[in-house]
Design a protein around this ligand. Structure first.
Ligand SMILES: [Zn+2]
Length: 265
């Protein structure tokens, strides 16, 4: 299923949960956690207040196959399943007990293209979630997924972040960048250590909090036919109102309705 590592102090404090490889092939969060776990086990680092629980590889079966998932996307089924039908629903049933027990959840993901930049998702910009977001070493965060789900009842929003929010937990998702780059592992490590220091779990300087730019998702386009993008867009590229974004093979074009950013997911 999955293996967890808990380090706690006799002194009560914040209980932190760190997740990695919810999508099995996203390894940056896993590798960052394993390095910090080693430091804790070898006592180069210690928990002075509260606790931290690491789950470096949430979806172990998918991780072994170097795949995003085995049966279904785990980050769409994070809820209790009375009669779990597949690998991911079984994991979800175990995972939610860990989220139920934490105060703060950080879910570490990574992306598939070598030049992807790091960013965070903040589905629910509450004060607590914004405080957690301000500890992330990113310049950009994306908000607005819940509205997109609400507009599309055919897709479910049972992700870790939604489960945390609906169970009164503080939680966000960090996309660390390309999952095979050392930079992504460094981003994940920095995020974890910032969180542990800010909530008083480890000694050391409290990190400087800086809220990144929050971009709200306003519109999405699902490719309806064969066609191509108008240029080689990268995730978070700025776009101008009226700009042609994509061209279908039948000549029909898709243009931007307003100035914004291209989100490639
Ligand atoms: Zn992911």
């Amino acid at each position: 299923m999955f293996k967890s590592y808990q380090f706690s102090s006799a002194q009560k404090g914040t209980n932190i949960l760190i997740l990695g490889a919810v999508h099995g092939n996203e390894t940056a969060g896993r590798d960052a956690q394993l390095a910090i776990i080693k430091n804790l086990q070898e006592q180069h680092l210690s928990i002075i207040k509260g606790s931290v629980t690491f789950i470096p590889v949430v979806n172990e079966a998918a991780n072994k196959l170097d795949r995003r998932f085995v049966d279904i996307n785990l980050n769409r089924v994070v809820c209790f399943h009375e009669n779990p039908q597949n690998n991911e629903e079984k994991i979800a049933n175990k995972l939610i007990s860990y989220i139920n027990s934490c105060d703060i959840m950080l879910d570490l993901h990574s992306t598939h293209c070598p030049d992807d930049v790091e960013f965070a998702f903040i589905d629910h910009p509450s004060e607590q979630n914004k405080e957690l977001l301000s500890l992330m070493p990113v310049k950009t965060a994306l908000a607005g997924w819940p509205q997109i789900y609400a507009d599309n009842p055919q897709i479910s929003n049972f992700c870790t972040e939604e489960y945390a929010y609906t169970h009164n937990k503080t939680g966000i998702t960090l996309e660390c960048g390309y999952h095979k780059s050392s930079h992504a592992i460094e981003i994940a490590q920095k995020a974890i250590l910032n969180v542990l220091a800010h909530y008083g779990c480890i000694a050391g300087d409290t990190p400087i909090c800086q809220l990144p730019q929050i971009i709200s998702l306003k519109n999405y386009i699902t490719k309806a036919n064969s066609g191509r993008l108008s240029r080689n867009f990268k995730h978070l590229d700025p776009i101008k109102s009226g700009e042609v974004l994509a061209i279908y093979d039948n000549g029909q074009t898709i243009t931007a309705d307003f100035d914004g950013y291209m989100i490639m997911l």
